[in-house]
Structures are given as C-alpha cells and as structure tokens.
Write a protein that binds this ligand. Structure first.
Ligand SMILES: [Zn+2]
Length: 203
C-alpha cells in the first residue's frame, strides 16, 4: 500500500481502480463519509461540504455527506471515506508550522486508487492563514471551509476518475497555492468535467 499526496504547494496524486456502483443504483450519487479526528469548526464543515458539492456537482455528480459516527450499520452504494486530522478551524495564534508537505493523501493499492483519503487540516489552515489579508480574517472559518472543500474535491476527482491525471487549470491542477484555495472561485476544468461524466457513464 502507498499513499498519494496532495502537497501544500505541489499537489500530487495518483489513481486507479476505485469502486463501482451495484446494478440498479443511481450512478450520479456518491456518499462522502467524513471521519473527524480533531476539532472541526461547524462553519468550516458546512462550507466545505457546500464547496466540494458545488465543484463536483458541475459534472452532474451529486455528493451526499455522512458523519462516520452516524453511518455504522448503514449501507451505501457508492462511497468514499475522508479522514480529517489536526485542527480544522482558524487559530489566530498558531504555532510555527512546517509549510512543506501534503494537504491530503489518498490511498492506493497495487497502483489503484482506493476510496480512502486523509486531509491534513493543520496544513490547509496554515496555507489559508498565510494567504489571508484584511477583511478576510473576519470570515476565516468560511475561507478555511472553502479551502478544505477544494482539497476534498481534488481528491474526489482522482477517486472517481480512477486516474492520477492533473489539469492545467482549475481545482485539479497539480499545485495549488493558499491564495487559490481561498479565491472567489476554483472550478473543475472543462476537461475534468468531461472525464467525470465519461467515467460515471461507464459505471
Ligand atoms: Zn492530485
């Protein structure tokens, strides 16, 4: 098993076989099971879900969200699991932090992407903090949620397309800066929308 990384300034992920919806299910629905290990600001969580849903939704794929603690015993047709470690909230007086390293990782096995990802909230929050200025501090939790939503969307594209491919523009670029994570918009490229549509049609 190896990990595929989304780096703070160099996002890198690979991909492969993910998961197939059983016959008779609605192929455009994907459930994201989220497993929160540290603190997660409620405002950031709400915004993360909305932002990832907006980005992926342009391909016709609808995301449903389920807290892992509420999903025990439930059966889902098509799902991914995203684990969030560290603190997913704004800290106005953070400790000194090493900026290098991944925003998130997605698991692969035998060269194939698995539907399991892990987000390093401390790293994402640090990038957002460094990119913010002026009035943006007043809505830091929203911007952190937006950034997390974009990191999650990036991983979901790898998982759903079973590919490590990156785009030249948009959320699927191989490298994303903190500024790009909180910019007004960071959509899928047209190429990625097509790739997602193609993959979902053939499931
Ligand atoms: Zn990637």
């Amino acid at each position: 098993m190896r990990l595929v990384a989304v780096f703070a300034l160099v996002l890198v992920c690979l991909a492969g076989q993910a998961f197939a919806a059983p016959v008779g299910t609605v192929p455009s629905d994907v459930t994201v099971i989220y497993d929160i290990k540290g603190h997660f600001s409620k405002a950031a969580l709400t915004e993360m879900r909305a932002e990832a849903g907006r980005i992926i939704g342009t391909s016709g794929v609808h995301l449903a969200w389920q807290n892992r603690s509420d999903s025990v015993g439930a059966v889902f047709n098509d799902l991914v699991v995203m684990t969030f470690k560290g603190s997913c909230a704004f800290d106005p007086a953070p400790p000194i932090y090493d900026e290098t390293g991944p925003y998130a990782t997605t698991r692969t096995a035998n060269g194939e992407v698995q539907p399991f990802g892990e987000v390093d909230c401390d790293r994402v929050v640090n990038s957002v903090r460094l990119a913010m200025f002026g009035e943006q501090y007043a809505r830091a939790e929203i911007l952190i949620g937006r950034a997390l939503g974009r990191v999650v969307a990036h991983e979901l594209v790898h998982m759903l397309t079973r590919s490590g491919m990156h785009a030249h523009e948009g959320v699927q670029k191989a490298a994303l800066s903190g500024r790009q994570l909180i910019a007004a918009s960071l959509p899928l490229s047209a190429m990625d929308v097509d790739r997602l549509k193609q993959m979902r049609m053939h499931q």
